[in-house]
Each structure stands twice: as structure tokens, then as C-alpha cells.
Design a protein around this ligand. Structure first.
Ligand code: UDP
Length: 381
């Protein structure tokens, strides 16, 4: 008998498994796919670590999370500085003084401020993504950087989308072109899958194991279930299905050492069918005569396909709340799929650490003592 059956080996499940195992609990991880690490999974392609489910750049402001992940990997000094390609021109991105220089020739913060002031469209209470961005930076920036990309990414007109989707991207009147404002940023050297292997060291993991298909048997193996899959599937879609945005990846190998000179180029024209081209070797430089580039195509999501971006509208939110209310008492739900939230990796790690700490406190207080919790640390060397 296990204390915890953990469904899914992404960051939530793996961090939880590590913490509880170190606290002496018996954990079993079951993973539907044939690899660990969820969407962070990287695959070794002759020395190049390919981010199979889209680029994952680790960034955080939390020193605790940054220290935590360093137990399982060394991180490169990578910082994300993608470029934008629009109608044959290349621009610095996210929007910074260099971008505004390339667009308008302004070269000081003061000149940029004045130009932006003139470009802004006065909208009293912006009620959607388009109105918000027009009121911040005006039409030319909206059309060059935002409209086409967002239309492709979400399959909807930006007028029908909330501004929250885009607020995370900075607009700076300095030469700083770093995508993230966080204090810490990097990529695990050797790839994410290596990091997950260390994270799950000594924890039994069954891959290719579908919890839902074998639910009764698997549930009977543990006192508590930590579920990181989508809740609608857990409840057999009895109240309805969540809506997602999908992604399709076209991976190409080129016989050149460097194809595009940067980790990511955002293709913001509506008529170019992909949103990004990602050249993986720039995340962690390696000397190879070939390179691997992935084109990213957003797609409408169909039942049974991989789920990437949740569509957090009222209908989906209400459905999520109803499913959450149905969660059995011995279940813990966490992570992107079960929360129906688009999280950054550091957020998922922080929440798994928090939930694990709560479980440990709970058992230490003897509320529901588990036989194995507080037993000597059993982490394998
Ligand atoms: N976005 C855009 N142009 C870009 C990059 C992003 O319009 O070149 C918008 C788009 O709507 C996207 C949102 O900003 O969904 C958030 O971008 P982010 O890079 O955070 O998305 P992620 O890489 O996490 O999918």
C-alpha cells in the first residue's frame, strides 16, 4: 500500500513525489505518456536537447524555487530575447527602446515616451485585448507585433479576448530586451528530462500507465491520490468538456550549424501559418554541424488531443469550479491541467512545495497519521 498515488509526472507530481518521499511517505507515480516530465520533456537529438512540447524557459523571482531546482540540475545563463519577423523585417522584442528605434528612429526614453503618447488611442475603459493594447501603444505596434500573432494563437479576434493574456509581456522604454522581469532565468544543462530523472530518483514511476483506464485498481493502491490530469476526464465528462487551444509542431533538421541565430523568432504576420520558429541549440549551446528547428502551429483543440492553453472564459471557469467541488476527500488536484490554468513552471513548483508542506504538517500533527510519514529519510543516493 502506498501513501500517495501521484497521477502525472510533470512538475506538480514530481515535486510533490520528491518532497513526500524525502519526508518518509511511500509514493507511486503513474504517467500516461512513455516519458516523464510532462510538457517540459526534452529529447536528445545528437547532443541538442529538443523541447518537444514547445520552448520552456525557466524563470522565477523566488529565491527558494531557484535554489530548489538547483538541487536537480545546473542551469545555463540563458535569458530569453526572441525576435519578431513581420513582412520581411526583423524587430527586437518584447517592445523596448530598440524596437521603437527600429520602428520610428527614436533613441531616448523621452523621445519614445512622446512618440508613444502621440500614437496611443484614447479609450476610456478598455474592455478587451485590442482596446487595451491600442490604448497603451497605438495601432502600428498593435498591427506589427500583436494582431496577427494573437489571432493565430487563440483562433479569435483580439476584440473577443481579455487583455490579461498579454499583460505579462513588458513594454519598456529602455534598451532592456529581456523577455522576463524575473531575477532568475536559465535552462537546465542536459535538458529538462535529466532534471526530472533526478527529481524522481528513488521514486517508483510507471510510464505508459493510464490512471483513468485502470482507476479502480490504481486507487486501491494508495491512501491519497494526487491528480494532475484534467478534471473533466476524471469525472468522465459528466458535466461537459473543457475547451483548450492546441498546438502542432513541425520539427526540421538543417545541415547548418546555426539556422536563425536565436532561440525563437515570433512570426507575427497573420498569413504565416506558424507563430514561432524555435532553434533548440540556442537554449544550451552545443557544437554540432546540424541544428533542429521547430515550427509551432496553434490549432483548434479536438477531443482526445494534447491540451495546451486553457480558454479561461466564464463557461469554462464555472465548469472547473463544479468539477472541483466534486473532488473526493482523499484527492489532491494540482498543476496546469487539473487547475485549468496556464502556469509558468516556477508557479507549479511553488504550489507543489506548498501542498507537500501542508501534507507533512498535517501528518506530523497526527491529524491522520500515515504509518510511513516521519520515518527516516529514504532518498536513494
Ligand atoms: N503575443 C503577441 N505577439 C508576440 C508574442 C506574444 O501578440 O510576438 C501575445 C499573444 O496573444 C500571446 C500573449 O502575447 O498569447 C502571451 O505571450 P507569451 O509569450 O507569454 O505566450 P507563451 O509563449 O507563454 O505561449
Amino acid at each position: 500500500m502506498y501513501d500517495y498515488l501521484i497521477v502525472g509526472s510533470g512538475f506538480f507530481g514530481s515535486v510533490f513525489a520528491r518532497q513526500m518521499t524525502d519526508a518518509g511517505a511511500r509514493c507511486l507515480v503513474v504517467e500516461q505518456r512513455h516519458h516523464i516530465g510532462g510538457n517540459c520533456h526534452t529529447e536528445d537529438n545528437d547532443g541538442i536537447h529538443v523541447h518537444k512540447y514547445g520552448p520552456h524557459i525557466f524563470h522565477t523571482n523566488s529565491e527558494a524555487v531557484w535554489k530548489y531546482v538547483h538541487q536537480f540540475a545546473t542551469f545555463s545563463r540563458f535569458s530569453y530575447r526572441p525576435k519578431v519577423h513581420y513582412r520581411g523585417n526583423f524587430y527586437s522584442f518584447p517592445i523596448n527602446l530598440m524596437t521603437l528605434y527600429q520602428l520610428w528612429g527614436v533613441s531616448t526614453p523621452q523621445q519614445a515616451r512622446e512618440r508613444l503618447e502621440a500614437e496611443r488611442i484614447k479609450i476610456d475603459k478598455p474592455s478587451n485585448l485590442e482596446e487595451w493594447i491600442l490604448s497603451m501603444v497605438g495601432r502600428q505596434i498593435y498591427e506589427t507585433f500583436i494582431y496577427g500573432y494573437t489571432r493565430k494563437q487563440w483562433g479569435r479576434d483580439p476584440k473577443e479576448l481579455p487583455a490579461s493574456i498579454i499583460r505579462r509581456i513588458p513594454i519598456r522604454l529602455t534598451w532592456n530586451d529581456d523577455y522576463f522581469n524575473d531575477r532568475f532565468c536559465g535552462i537546465p544543462i542536459g535538458g529538462y528530462t535529466q532534471l526530472f530523472k533526478k527529481l524522481l530518483h528513488g521514486v517508483p514511476v510507471e510510464t505508459g500507465a493510464d490512471f483513468i483506464a485502470d482507476r479502480e485498481k490504481l486507487e486501491s493502491k494508495a491512501t491519497k491520490i494526487v491528480y494532475t490530469g484534467p478534471l473533466d476526464r476524471l469525472f468522465e465528462y459528466q458535466l461537459g468538456t473543457h475547451d483548450w487551444r492546441g498546438l502542432r509542431f513541425k520539427q526540421r533538421t538543417h545541415d547548418v550549424a546555426d539556422y536563425q541565430g536565436v532561440a525563437a523568432i515570433n512570426h507575427t504576420e497573420r498569413d504565416v501559418p506558424y507563430t514561432r520558429t524555435v532553434e533548440h541549440k540556442h537554449f544550451e549551446p552545443v557544437e554540432t554541424s546540424h541544428t533542429v528547428v521547430t515550427e509551432e502551429y496553434p490549432t483548434s483543440w479536438k477531443f482526445g488531443q494534447e491540451m495546451y492553453y486553457p480558454i479561461n472564459n466564464d463557461t469554462n471557469e464555472q465548469l472547473q469550479q463544479k468539477y472541483l467541488a466534486m473532488l473526493p476527500a482523499n484527492y489532491i488536484a494540482g498543476g496546469r491541467l487539473a487547475s485549468y490554468r496556464y502556469f509558468d513552471m516556477h508557479q507549479v513548483i511553488a504550489s507543489a512545495l506548498q501542498v507537500a508542506a501542508k501534507e507533512i504538517r498535517y501528518h506530523a500533527a497526527g491529524v491522520v497519521p500515515l504509518p510511513s510519514v516521519n520515518a527516516p529519510r529514504r532518498r536513494a543516493a
